[in-house]
Design a protein around this ligand. Sequence first.
Ligand SMILES: Cc1cc2nc3c(=O)[nH]c(=O)nc-3n(C[C@H](O)[C@H](O)[C@H](O)COP(=O)(O)OP(=O)(O)OC[C@H]3O[C@@H](n4cnc5c(N)ncnc54)[C@H](O)[C@@H]3O)c2cc1C
Length: 450
Amino acid sequence: METVPGSSLPIAEDGGHAAKNEVPSVPDHCEVVIIGAGPFGLSIAAHLRAQGIEFRIFGKAMNTWATQMPRGMQLKSDGFATSLYDPGRKHSYEKYCADHGIPYDDLGIAPTIESFIAHGLEFQKALVPNLEDRTVTAIETSSEGHVLKFAEGPDCVAKSLIVAAGISHFAHIPEVLSDLPRTLLSHSADHYDLSVFKGRKVAVIGAGSSAADVAGLLHQAGADTHLICRGIIWFHNKMNLPRTLYERLRWPSSVMGPSWRSFLLAKFPLLFHRFPVETRLKIVRTYLGPAPAYFSKDMVLGRVSTHLGLEPTAAAPNGDGIELTLVNSGGEARKFQADHVICATGYKATLAGLPFMSSPLLERIAAVAGTPILNTNFESSVPGLYFVGALAANSFGPVVRFACGAEFAAPRLARHLARARHKASSPAGANASQVSPARETAPAAGAEGR
Ligand SMILES: Cc1cc2nc3c(=O)[nH]c(=O)nc-3n(C[C@H](O)[C@H](O)[C@H](O)COP(=O)(O)OP(=O)(O)OC[C@H]3O[C@@H](n4cnc5c(N)ncnc54)[C@H](O)[C@@H]3O)c2cc1C
C-alpha cells in the first residue's frame, strides 16, 4: 500500500490521509509518536529523524505562537536563546535571520514573533515534512502501546509517546472571573489579532510580560486600554552593550537572562533533577516573577491607563459590557466598567489540564503538584510515556518552559529512544520483553507521591 512519505498512514485517493470510513479500523502502529509541533515537538522530531527512528508527529506547526499570542509581539528571550534545534544547528534562528535579511544579534535585538514563527515553519518544512495536521482527542493504553484517537481518521498505536503539547491547554483565569462569557472576558491566549478591539474600552489584568504586551498592542490598535494589577509593574532595564568584564562575571549571560541563578538553572537541568522535590517546586514557583521586557515599557508608560494596587474580586455583565469590582490592599472597593476584560494571568500546567488524557491513564501517572514525575529521560511512571515543555519544569527546572529548553530535551530524548530501540532489537532485549513486557514494569520515577 502506498503511504505518506515518512509515515505509515495510507494515502487516500484524493491524496490526503484516508478518512475513517475508507479504511479498515485497524490502527496504525508506530515506534514513536509526538503530540504537538511547537519548538519542542519539532526539535525532537528533527533529532529522531537524524537517529533514523521511525516516528509520527501530530499537530499544526507553531500553532501556539500563531494563534495564542498577539501579532506584533517581541520575544523576551534574547536572539541566542530563541530557536528551534536540529543536530548540527544548520537550521537555527540565527541562520534563518541571516538567510532572510532579518536583523539579528545574540543580545540587544529582540526577535519578533513573526520572524520566530516563520523560522519554525521553515524548520518544519525542511526537517519534519511528515508532520500530520491532526488533533489528538484521546489517549488510552492497551497491551500494544499507547492508542491515540483523533476527531477524524484511524487510530494510531505508539510504543513510545512524547507529549509536547506546550502551554496551549493551560491558560489560567482567576476563579472569581471564570464564570463570565468569553465574549466579555477572555484570556490573553484567546487573541492573536487585537485590532478587533479598536475603539473599545478594554481592561487588561496582570503585571507580567503578556499583560504589558497585550496592553501596549491594544493601545497601538486603537483601543482605550486600562492595565489593572495587584501590585506595581517592574520593567526590566535594557542591557548596556557591550558588557564589561565585571558585568559578565557578576551577571553571567544565560538563555534565561543574565544572573548566576539563571546561568546555573539553564546549564544544569540534570543537577536540578537531583534536588529534593520541595526545593524543585519552590524554585519553579518563585523563579522569574512577573516583569515585562524593557521594550514593553515604551509601549505602556504614558500610553495605557494603569490602575495599580487593585485586585478584581468580582465581575458581572452590565449593559453591553462588564463591570469589575476592584479592591485595594486596605479593602476598599470600587467599580470599573469596560467593554471587555482580558486576563493576562498566565498558565497553570497540570496533567489534568490536557483534554486528551483519559482518567485511567491519568491515575497511572505518578505526579507531584499535578505534574508528572519524570526520570532523567523525561519518561513518566507509565513506561514509554514522555512529557516535555512546561509539564517537565518541576523535574528539570524552568529552562524547559522556554523554547531554548529543547536544546537539552531533544538530543537527550532521541539518544534515549535510539538506545531503547537498540536494546529491544538485540536478542537479549527481545527475550526480556517477552518475559516482562515494558508496560508492566514498576514506575520509573523517583520517590515523590502522587
Ligand atoms: C505571551 C508569551 C510569550 C512568550 N515568550 C517567550 C519567549 O520570548 N521565549 C521563549 O522561549 N518562550 C516564550 N514563551 C513560552 C513559550 O510558550 C514556550 O517557549 C514554547 O512555546 C515551548 O514550546 P513547546 O513546544 O513546549 O510548546 P508550544 O509552542 O505551546 O507547542 C505545543 C504544540 O502542541 C500542539 N498541541 C496541543 N495539543 C494538541 C493535540 N491534542 N493534538 C495535536 N497538537 C496539539 C499545540 O497546538 C502547539 O502547537 C512565551 C509564552 C507566552 C504565552
